[in-house]
Design a protein around this ligand. Structure first.
Ligand code: FES
Length: 147
């Protein structure tokens, strides 16, 4: 085997993922392989970088669909270069900052509920019997109105 092509087992071992995970990533359009003359999957070494980006993104809560969209945004859907990664990670950082702010707000609301027990339909972000607030929007309406 040359360094120009990697077997699925070698990629899986190097990346610390299961072979089935690589098949899944491929099925989702996140990585690509081709078949050699023996009908075995082969990967370019750059697949390691793609998988590293996928794993890093997943660790911080970025969905595979978001990763896929990020990859598709690159010219010719190329494997992220150093500059690409700086851009992608910067965008994901902004997204994570927004999620963290939302979660902090949720935590603060829950802190208000602990020991409260009012279950007020007008102010409790969790109490919504019979989905009365459904007419005002989707999702956690009170929480999202407070954004
Ligand atoms: S129980 Fe009172 S605000 Fe949620």
């Amino acid at each position: 085997m040359t360094d120009a092509t990697w077997s699925v087992g070698r990629v899986a071992k190097r990346c610390g993922v299961k072979v089935s995970t690589l098949h899944f990533y491929e099925q989702k359009g996140l990585i690509k392989s081709w078949r050699n003359d023996g009908n075995q999957r082969r990967y370019k070494p750059e697949v390691l970088r793609r998988i590293s980006v996928i794993k890093a993104a997943q660790k911080v809560g970025i969905s595979l669909e978001e990763v896929k969209q990020a990859f598709l945004s690159l010219p010719d859907s190329r494997t992220p270069t150093v500059e690409d990664w700086q851009l992608l990670s910067g965008n994901w950082q902004k997204m994570l900052d927004a999620r963290i702010a939302y979660l902090q707000k949720l935590r603060d609301y829950l802190t208000g509920c602990i020991g409260c027990g009012c279950l007020s339909m007008s102010k409790c972000p969790l109490y919504n019997p019979d989905d009365v607030l459904g007419a005002e929007g989707t999702g956690p309406v009170i929480l999202e109105q407070a954004e």
